[in-house]
Design a protein around this ligand. Structure first.
Ligand code: TRP
Length: 444
């Protein structure tokens, strides 16, 4: 074996890195508009029920596999499961490329919007004009691609620094900064005259809007938001020492992730209502409706820059966690240097993001199975690959890896009375729930 495996410098550092992975565009960009289009708090309740029901159990399971094996996803499934199981690791590595291909595009937009906000290009309260600005920008064949390149370069630069000096160090700075910005913006939003209509909309459940699609959206959102199903939490867990106590760390990460998603709604929806804009504007809520909100409020440029910086930070710490599993695979299994692995994988991810970016412009009509590249990657990752990875992980930890319960108890040293319940969730509830997502994805 090569040099000793690098580990996190501190428990706090690990928790910040894992929370940095979970908190991303999924919480701040996707969650508020999905809640908005699914009738508000009813969606929120279903989402939380799914996280408590099996999201949390799966997060522990992934971290546990990594902590026990001290390897990348492929090596970990090989070490603990033997023949055949490395396939789950390979699936995860592939999923990383697929996710980054569209993630880097939206992340690039957040960088662009910081610049546009500062230069005053977004200073209009007319949503129609802002819609044209957004459409003009994303359909440009060059500018969004350059912003994605900058974003991938930043991501690679952090990952090249390694675990404690790169990923941990930056998450320990960026995540607290994100929390502070989020709180400032929530207070600003809630203190606007007329904000309470948005709070009512957000916190009063309207169950008449709940359809089977609501459940499906909630379950896909829960997976993506917790970073479950591709080996990210597994890889981060592999940099923990073997006797680290997992459940509390996992609980903290789950609470931070749901907390940030809920606060992101409280940051966005009250402000949208205060100025009379439409809360179900869909994916454009962030890039079209919110600039109008900022232009309507005193000091809007300041708050607007803060908001897009928050999005960029959230995206960056998540992208780092999508890149790291592939890097650990190349380093562990092929002896590649970290430096080289990051440069090659980063370039490939950037290459894959170019067609995703062009999907909003020149390549909009280039479709496979009726979907352009961006939508195809998004669909493959969220509707096929992540649920499949999560399903196989649940089956592996629930049925195949006999030592799972004992490992969670740290070789039996800890008294954790709920461990059998956790195991039952992985055996039955999680696989059945996930199969149901996949079935509904195919049937609708
Ligand atoms: N959870 C992140 C978000 O909410 C995205 C993410 C990071 C992710 N790592 C992941 C999603 C691994 C799935 C798997 O934006």
């Amino acid at each position: 074996m090569g040099a000793a495996r690098e580990h996190w410098g501190s428990r706090f550092g690990f928790i910040m890195a894992a929370a940095g992975s979970a908190v991303g565009l999924g919480n701040v960009w996707r969650f508020p508009y999905t809640t908005g289009t699914n009738g508000g708090a009813a969606f929120l309740l279903i989402y939380l029920a799914l996280i408590i029901g099996f999201g949390f159990a799966l997060a522990i399971a992934e971290m546990l596999v990594g902590r026990s094996a001290q390897r990348n996803p492929v090596g970990a499934f090989r070490a603990l499961g033997g023949r055949g199981w490395p396939v789950v690791g390979y699936l995860g590595i592939t999923t990383g490329f697929v996710i980054l291909s569209f993630y880097a595009v939206v992340a690039g937009w957040t960088l662009a919007y910081i610049v546009m906000m500062i230069s005053g290009n977004l200073g209009t309260t007319d949503p129609e004009a802002l819609n044209q600005i957004f459409g003009g920008f994303v359909s440009d064949p060059v500018r969004p691609v350059l912003y994605s390149a900058v974003f991938m370069a930043l991501t690679g630069w952090i990952v090249i620094g390694g675990i404690s000096h790169g990923i941990e160090r930056w998450n320990k700075v960026l995540m607290p900064a994100l929390f502070v910005i989020l709180l400032v913006l929530v207070v600003r939003s809630l203190s606007l005259p007329g904000a309470s209509a948005g709070v009512d909309f957000y916190l009063k459940p309207d169950f008449s809007k709940v359809t089977s699609q609501t459940f499906y959206d909630a379950i896909a959102q829960a997976f993506f938001s917790l970073s479950i199903g591709m080996g990210t939490l597994l890889t981060y867990g592999s940099y923990l020492s073997k006797d680290e106590h997992l459940p509390k760390a996992a609980l903290t990460v789950v609470l931070i992730d749901s907390g940030v998603a809920i606060l992101a709604g409280l940051m966005i929806l009250p402000a949208v209502f205060a100025f009379g804009f439409n809360p179900s504007a869909g994916p454009g809520l962030t890039f079209v409706t919110l600039p109008a909100v900022f232009a309507s409020m005193p000091g809007g440029v300041f708050f607007g820059v803060l908001f897009f910086a928050l999005l960029a930070i959230a995206a960056l710490t998540s992208a780092v966690s999508i890149l790291e599993p592939m890097i650990s695979y190349f380093v562990d299994e092929h002896g590649t240097s970290r430096h080289r692995a990051v440069i090659v994988a980063g370039l490939v991810c950037f290459g894959l993001s170019v067609p995703a970016s062009l999907s909003f412009g020149p390549a909009a009509d280039v479709t496979i199975a009726g979907k352009n590249w961006f939508d195809l990657m998004d669909f493959l990752a969220n509707n096929v690959m992540l649920p499949l990875g999560g399903l196989l992980t649940a089956i592996f930890v629930g049925w195949i890896w006999k030592a799972a319960e004992n490992e969670l108890r740290n070789d039996g040293r800890l008294h954790l009375p709920w461990v059998p319940a956790w195991h039952l969730v992985l055996r039955f509830l999680a696989p059945i729930g996930i199969l149901w997502i996949m079935a509904s994805a195919l049937l609708f």
